[in-house]
Design a protein around this ligand. Structure first.
Ligand code: XMP
Length: 176
């Protein structure tokens, strides 16, 4: 019995590249003179942040935050804990949270509320993948990469038990 493996490719490398460029154009337009703080959510958003920031020819700051994750499991615990905080002060700044995937929305919703409590000028969200029909809480995705079906996915930052983050595409995890 082996670990589940990446299976069907849901978002190919070229599609990621093209969509990140489009998101970059939209975000650069909206934040042209705002010097925003991009807040990447560790660890899953690392490749997305790295690509997105290079698609943004504007002044910006990048920092990272880390919330508690699923661990080796594949379903939400519903509890969100901050395990690593930002280094920058976001008071009076325009904040753009950059996350890999939204499922129930509990994680992103909780992070957004935590950051809003620090009196930034604005908080918006940029999410690579949205699992259709899974939302349990109302959280707005201001910039979205792709809507995907309700399957567990890996690659481009997303992992199963620490594996497969390094894949340059997004794939469904094959059942064991
Ligand atoms: P919620 O339910 O709070 O979940 O919106 C968001 C977080 O859950 C993780 N997640 C996944 N991670 N493949 C993963 O590798 C998936 O298909 C998946 N679905 C949810 C992820 O950490 C995300 O930030």
């Amino acid at each position: 019995m082996g670990a589940p493996r990446p299976g069907r490719v849901l978002v190919a490398e070229g599609e990621l590249t093209a969509r990140v460029a489009e998101l970059g154009r939209a975000i650069a337009r909206d934040y042209a003179r705002e010097n925003p703080v991009l807040v990447g959510v560790l660890q899953g958003a690392v490749p997305f942040v790295a690509d997105l920031m290079r698609a943004l020819p504007i002044d910006l700051t990048v920092d990272f935050i880390r919330a508690s994750s699923y661990g080796a499991g594949t379903s939400s615990s519903g509890t969100v804990r901050l395990v690593a905080d930002l280094a920058v002060d976001i008071a009076d700044r325009h904040v753009l949270i950059v996350d890999d995937i939204v499922d129930t929305g509990l994680t992103l919703g909780a992070l957004k509320r935590m950051l809003e409590a620090r009196r930034p000028r604005s908080v918006r969200t940029c999410v690579l993948l949205d699992k259709a029909g899974r939302r349990e809480t109302d959280v707005t995705i201001d910039y979205l990469g792709f809507t995907i079906p309700n399957v567990f996915v890996v690659g481009y930052g997303l992992d199963y038990d620490g594996l497969y983050r390094n894949l340059p595409y997004v794939a469904a995890l094959d059942a064991i």
